[in-house]
Design a protein around this ligand. Structure first.
Ligand code: HEM
Length: 369
């Protein structure tokens, strides 16, 4: 499992599709079992111990938060963000092209995604390093089950976000932080702690985008024909993003808690039990997808669970898609080819995507001159 969790969870899906472990609670691996959970939020609660808006909120309160936050991810907001995000991508890519390659997580995926988030929030871009440190520390704390470290990190992030909120209150501008300060749910403005909780979700989401970018680039580095097809026709990139992430999903799992005793896959699970929805295995379930581990750009996304389904469907998907499209467009257009240039190490839950990935690139002549 520690070497390649994707293969390990494929095996679990086929041999033990409803499994129990101390770390993950009850893990569900099959597409059909997970869809049934997603369609029944009354039986499978998302309520979390720590405040998480809106991911850890159940109906009926969830709808109000969701409606209030949706305007921060509209097409118009994404269109305004695109040039700034592209500038960041180009800036980070220059040294990679010059040096003929780089460690992609460190040199590109992590700084690109977090700097884009800072740009959209109207924060100084260098603050990405603090957010990156928080994400990494948080994943380590969850992996090693260290609640004290988790609490210390939560406090740090909270102080960081609140300092930015104070700055934006004293000099209002046209950015997402000011929009969040003006966001109200059922007539009441979000308070600072609620905004911290919203942004914790977004920062974590950017970690998943970084993992997604690393997996997309790895797949294309290993599949030269598809790489060439996307370089020749960039309009195929959005479909490739959806389909490659279905086959190699950066987000391993999300949690639910049973509100009553249930039976899943012939097993009786008590009320109050913690469930892990293993997206990474469900998206590769041959019961839902023909030739499930193959990438077919014409497959369509209706059955895919990369973004979840139902009331908690990923709110940040437009931003994630924008960043992944920009990353691929810029890398493909500035190279004639790229390939795996060294170590590839997969992350282990709760981290996303790849822990290390060295890419080797051939810059296109236009870029090189
Ligand atoms: C490739 C990147 C991403 C993937 C694969 C992804 C996937 C998901 C999935 C599967 C869920 C459903 C969770 C559940 O049902 O428990 C979800 C929810 C959510 N995601 Fe993402 N996500 C990504 C990036 C982002 C980003 C960048 C943001 C914000 C900037 C974001 C914000 C959210 C929020 C707020 C929710 C909760 C929605 C709700 O509860 O109504 N995600 N995401």
């Amino acid at each position: 499992m520690l070497v390649d969790q994707r293969q390990a969870y494929d095996r679990m899906r086929e041999t033990c599709p409803v499994a129990h472990s101390e770390f993950m609670g009850w893990s569900l691996f099959r597409h059909g079992d997970i869809v049934r959970v997603l369609e029944d939020p009354a039986t499978y609660s998302s309520a979390s111990r720590h405040p998480a808006i809106p991911s850890g909120i159940d109906p009926p309160a969830h709808a109000g938060f969701r409606t209030a936050l949706a305007p921060h991810f509209t097409e118009a907001v994404m269109a305004a963000l695109e040039p700034r995000s592209r500038r960041i991508a180009v800036e980070l890519m220059e040294p990679i092209l010059r040096d003929g390659g780089a460690e992609m997580m460190e040199a590109f995926a992590t700084p690109f995604t977090l700097r884009t988030l800072c740009a959209s929030l109207g924060w100084r871009e260098e603050q990405w390093e603090c957010l990156g440190g928080w994400t990494h520390g948080n994943q380590q704390a969850a992996f090693s089950r260290d609640p004290a470290a988790g609490r210390a990190l939560a406090k740090l992030l909270s102080e960081h976000v609140k300092a930015n909120l104070d700055e934006h209150r004293s000099s209002p501008s046209d950015d997402v932080t000011c929009a969040l300060l003006a966001t109200s749910v059922d007539g009441a403005l979000l308070d600072d702690d609620q905004i911290v909780s919203v942004l914790r979700n977004w920062v974590a989401g950017e970690g998943t985008v970084a993992g997604g970018i690393s997996l997309l680039v790895l797949y294309l580095a290993q599949h030269a024909e598809l790489q060439k097809a996307l370089r020749d026709d960039p309009s195929l990139i959005p479909a490739a993003v959806e389909e490659i992430l279905r086959v190699d999903d950066p987000l391993v799992a999300n949690r639910r808690t049973t509100t009553r005793e249930v039976e899943i896959g012939g097993r009786t699970i008590p009320a109050g039990a913690s469930l892990s929805l293993m997206w990474i295995a469900a998206n590769r379930d041959p019961r839902a997808f023909e030739s499930a581990d193959e990438v077919h750009l014409d497959r369509g996304t209706d059955d895919g669970l990369v973004w979840g389904r139902g009331i908690h469907l990923c709110l940040g998907a437009p931003m994630a898609r924008l960043e992944m499209r920009i990353a691929l467009e810029e890398l493909l257009s500035r190279t004639t080819t790229f390939s795996v240039g060294g170590e590839v190490r997969r992350s282990v839950y709760p981290s996303d995507g790849l822990a290390a990935f060295r890419l080797s690139v051939e810059p296109s002549r236009m870029t090189a001159t």
